[in-house]
Design a protein around this ligand. Structure first.
Ligand code: GTB
Length: 216
């Protein structure tokens, strides 16, 4: 049975690989698991068939036989648990890699998403300019802490893991913000992730969706 995931039919990121299907694609590529992609529109994401898979009407979803999952972090963990390569074999190393997965999604990503959301929905509000430096300072605090922990290591805890995979996808959302300028080891860390052949295959696959949609 082939794994099927969902992704935007026309991603608002214009093929930059910033939507959360990218982390699932990258994970599947890392472990060599073939997959199919069902493309969904914003309208079909809110219809009963998709809501049965993803109660919040979002992408990505994951189907493998009679197992259906949502939440990109849970999907990445499921794939990493079922295939070798993204979690250490020893129990403690595995637990630490999973901790970094949670750190990426619940400590580093939220302030980044908060800033993005503010720029989409609060830009015309009179408090926007006053709030922006507060949101950016929260991000800088996390980046400084992460940067100190990473130091001059290649990855967060030993070999590349699912924790690095999620952290790189989270940090990529800051690429054009200038916020990474003060912590040069983090752009280098992102670049190391992007240099992995599995990342490049995943990126090319999601870009092909955008390019095909632009031609229609
Ligand atoms: N917690 C969930 C998970 O991790 O799976 C969050 C899933 C989620 O936010 N999905 C977004 C979605 O389906 C797409 S990735 N949104 C549609 C909706 O809510 O109606 C978030 C995203 C969207 C666009 C960009 N971009 O254009 O750069 C980046 C990230």
């Amino acid at each position: 049975m082939t794994v099927t995931i969902t992704a935007f039919e026309a991603s608002p990121d214009r093929g930059r690989g910033l939507a959360r299907d990218m982390r699932v694609r990258w994970t599947l590529e890392e472990v060599g698991q073939p997959y199919e992609v069902r493309l969904v529109s914003f309208r079909t994401m809110k219809e009963p068939a998709h809501l049965a898979l993803q109660p919040f009407g979002q992408i990505p979803t994951y189907e493998d036989g009679d197992l259906a999952l949502f939440e990109s972090g849970a999907i990445v963990l499921q794939i990493a648990e079922r295939h070798p390569g993204l979690l250490p074999a020893d129990a403690n190393g595995r637990a630490r890699a999973i901790t970094w997965m949670f750190a990426a999604m619940s400590t580093v990503e939220p302030p980044i998403v908060e800033r993005e959301m503010a720029s989409y929905v609060e830009r015309d509000k009179d408090w926007f300019e006053a709030r922006r430096p507060i949101l950016e300072e929260r991000i800088r605090t996390r980046l400084d802490q992460l940067s100190r922990r990473l130091g001059d290591a290649d990855w967060l805890d030993g070999d590349f893991s699912a924790g690095d995979l999620l952290m790189v996808t989270v940090l990529r959302r800051l690429e054009s913000s200038g916020l990474l300028d003060g912590t040069p080891n983090l752009p280098a860390y992102i670049a190391r992730g992007q240099g992995r052949p599995a990342y490049q295959r995943a990126f090319a696959a999601q870009l092909a969706v955008f390019e095909a949609a632009s031609k229609r």
